[in-house]
Design a protein around this ligand. Structure first.
Ligand code: ADP
Ligand code: UDP
Length: 238
């Protein structure tokens, strides 16, 4: 049985632990919820457990559809065993409907359907407020190689297809989401997490927001919304 050893990194929402196996890490999902590059942080009861179980459920769905993910095993309510990836510091964002920074940047109406879905890259750097970058910059500065970038884009669009259908069946619109990748034995593997902290989900009929925008915009009922999303998908929480 793999055991937790030392703390490797404490992020805004998760703590990463080394284990007795050099190739594996444990991700501990905390209740901390941050917005605006960590400027606002609050504790939301049950959020760590919900996001951990939700993330495990989604990663399993993606794995079953042929996407290589980090996930090895669900260890506890708020812990998952994952492959230790050499993380690529570039976030991949796909959008099916306009929201968030796209609306602010381009003055587009929130909710506009985007056809085809858009693909953006952001540098993972809180101090610089995660600036938008592109393939050329990523290659030049050595954040990722051209083949890695092509693979990240291919996997992100494939995940979009799988997850759009999954959420649609559960009465939700997958508005946008962010994925992070890393390298394991030379291959690009999906890492980090997929949860309502890193995507936008709206009710299909009412367009009620069921994701982290409830926290960012002070709408309340954050954990209740995350729980509703999990329940609608059939994620076992308790
Ligand atoms: P942040 O770094 O944005 O504050 P988190 O609190 O989610 O984010 O911290 C988790 C950290 O662990 C992130 O830096 C993420 O890139 C990293 N990470 C996620 N999955 C893996 C993995 N499988 N292997 C190595 N590092 C990972
Ligand atoms: N996102 C994320 N982490 C980030 C930036 C964005 O998980 O550091 C997610 C965010 O939750 C949304 C999508 O990526 O689902 C697109 O975010 P956007 O560019 O609209 O930025 P935001 O409005 O969140 O600043």
């Amino acid at each position: 049985m793999v055991q937790k050893t030392t703390e490797l990194y404490r992020g805004k929402a998760k703590t990463v632990y080394n284990t007795t196996d050099d190739n594996l890490l444990i991700l501990h999902f905390r209740n901390d919820t941050s917005a605006f590059d960590g400027e606002r942080i609050e504790q939301l009861d049950r959020k760590g457990m919900i996001n951990n179980k939700f993330n495990y459920f989604i990663m399993q769905k993606l794995e079953q559809a042929g996407i290589a993910t980090q996930v090895e095993a669900l260890l506890a309510d708020d812990e998952v065993l994952v492959k230790k990836l050499a993380m690529i510091p570039v976030e991949c964002v796909v959008r099916n409907y306009a929201a968030g920074s796209l609306v602010r940047r381009l003055g587009i109406t929130e909710g506009l359907a985007l056809t085809p879905a858009t693909f953006e890259l952001f540098l993972k750097d809180d101090a610089l407020h995660d600036p938008m970058v592109n393939e050329s910059l990523a290659e030049t500065f050595g954040w990722a190689t051209a083949p890695q970038l092509a693979e990240m884009k291919r996997i992100t669009f494939k995940a979009n297809e799988i997850l759009q259908a999954l959420f649609d069946d559960a009465g939700m619109l997958l508005v946008d989401f962010k994925l992070e990748f890393g390298v394991f034995n030379g291959a690009v593997v999906l890492g980090d997490e997929f949860s309502p902290d890193g995507c936008r989900l709206w009710d299909k009929v009412t367009r009620k927001k069921l994701d982290k925008d409830r926290f960012r915009q002070g709408l309340g009922g954050v954990v209740e919304a995350y729980e509703e999303v999990a329940n609608r998908l059939g994620v076992k929480l308790d």
